[in-house]
Design a protein around this ligand. Sequence first.
Ligand code: ZN
Length: 325
Amino acid sequence: MVMFMQSLKITDCHCDTIWLMGKENYNFGRRNPTGHLDLPRLQEGGVGRQFFAVCTAPLQDCGHLHLALKQIADYRRTLSLHKEYMQSLEQQEDLAVAEDRGKIGALLALEGAEPLEGSLGLLDIFYSLGVRVLSLTWNHRNSFADGVGEEQSAGGLTRAGRALVREMSRKGIILDLAHIARRCFFDALELTEGPPLVSHANIKNLCNHPRNLDDEQLKALAALGGVIGMSFYPAFVAGEGEASLDQLVDHFIYAADLIGVEHLAFGSDFDGVEKTVSGLEDAAAYPALISALLEKGFQPAEIDLIAWGNVERILLANLSQERPR
Ligand SMILES: [Zn+2]
């Protein structure tokens, strides 16, 4: 079992660490006393692939484009400073190259399409800056879609939203359906060509939170070969108060029974939440989660799929083969 733990590589489908990268008191290259994630803790936790989200929606009502570009600049500077250990994953061949070189693969995500300012015209720019994962909205309404925060008034995808999903499929940008309202969720599934991702959410039948997925959504996601990254946010795992590792593992068990382990992954939400599951305090703590999964009966081969193989399948199916010209 020790051998299995040492050889296992982890993929995390969502963190919000980029907003820290521009701060003076944060240094990605060393272990920071606060926050959840930096290079030493990724290495200690056995993380081999990390999604990094640019998220502007909760921060302000305007200036999304400026803020997104600033965050992408901070991210690219960070990767460049640590290029010995980190590599941007932008097309299929990058996956193997990063692995061969023993580097941590980094995926750039846009969490909420507000920086596109309502049109597809800027998508090429974000693509050329490395964005390969995109969620149409955060919790609110924008030109493309409604978020879960719109509650009963939420509708389906707008015309621009439908065009955006089609264009993402054409370009090889992964559709991320975390945060999106239910009707938009199903609209987007009808339009996407590549298997979709829900980068950070949990199971509604175990924890009735608007950000979690119900059984019908989980089945529809799985039917397209999609994957859900289980978040470590206590409010999604157990509602109010603390959440334990065992309670988090219950979400994996439920989803594995309903749709199969081929559709599960990790989506920590590190540095995007004020609290995490007890015992899973930061990116160095993945071995504790792996132990808990093993204890509850998941087989090593199943854990390997959850930790690595399932998201690799999504990446290979979505990312383009060729470097953009
Ligand atoms: Zn989020």
